[in-house]
Design a protein around this ligand. Sequence first.
Ligand code: NAD
Length: 396
Amino acid sequence: MIIQPKTRGFICTTAHPDGCARQVQRQIEYVQAQPAIHGPRNVLVIGASTGYGLASRIVASFASGANTVGVYFDKAAEGARTASAGWYNSAAFEQAAQAAGRKSYSIVGDAFSDEIKAKTIDLIRTEIGSIDLVVYSVASPRRTHPKTGETFASVIKPLGETYSNKTVNFHSGEVTTATIEPATEDELRQTIGVMGGEDWAMWIDELQQAGVLADGATTVAYSYIGPEITHAVYKEGTIGRAKDDLEATSQRINEKLSATGGRSFISVNKALVTQSSSAIPVVPLYISALYKVMKEKGLHEGCIEQMYRLFNERLYGSAHTAVDDRRRIRIDDWEMRDDVQAEVSQLWADLTTENVYELSDLEGYRREFFQLFGFETDGINYEAEANADVDIPNLR
Ligand code: NAD
């Protein structure tokens, strides 16, 4: 079929298999051009098909030569519908990893469920033995609790007070004011239920109990802090509280794993265009201003550059991983540099519909958004027939 982008708000409902494969190949080539990392051997990535999880899997496999198991929630093509981008990304990753002689397996389903955890553990036991790095990179709007059956829905809202700030429609370039009412107590509870640390802790417990977590294993989950502009809706809002819970969980996991020489970290990553971040009000405009400043300063990074630096400089760079006073790895260090933030704040004050393409990198944002789905990628002929039915080689 001929596949073109179809958008609904901040979602693109189609994906291009060849474009996704090309994007994955680019990330692999970036990693292959860097020095190898003496890092993990057998890696489980939960939330492995897009964004930071996919980049982590690529770094583990292609910089460190690791075998990987990826767990993710994506859909195959059906009838006139294409598969989701994560499906095509994972198919391309698995082909490349296997061609390079690494083991790689995919489990597609709900990582929050007991069933998928059990299936993953079985797979590790039969094919790999044990895992020495667990990356937790799930971003989801909902979670059904495996024990109580309650389905939580997450919201991105401030707490206590109404919040207003600039936001952009990144398709039209229209800059408007977003006003978000504060969350209720129950919305906060549910957001923590989805994006807090409970599921990560369940994974670690179950892997450990099943004897498939190696002694000395490392685990890492991802967080975001960001600038003052977004604090009310992010760091001090519902999602920030969920991230506080994730941090507290990391401390508990660390205590538990340290008994066998293991470690648990939160890595605070940079704001980047991903399917999840495009759904947060205000953030796409902030990212556009940030990209403008960081590109001009030669500091710009995408998911793959961030994850390579995380593995190379921090997680496996030295015997002692550098952390802040709350045991967080700060790979958002360049984003948060004073000179970068001062310039972003200045741009932010002046941004309007009339000057948004000049003062910010909104065009770069828009293009990267479509590239997440395999569109707007050099070398792909979007007028040509594409085969939407792509198999994932080692799908279990
Ligand atoms: P993303 O949307 O690109 O990826 C999310 C992944 O989770 C996908 O692989 C998806 O398949 C998987 N997933 C979702 N629900 C699932 C389920 N029920 N079962 C199994 N897999 C499921 O997101 P991202 O932006 O890469 O975010 C990953 C993490 O990084 C999140 O914790 C996020 O808060 C954090 N982070 C993101 C940014 C950013 O700017 N994008 C910055 C810092 C930290």
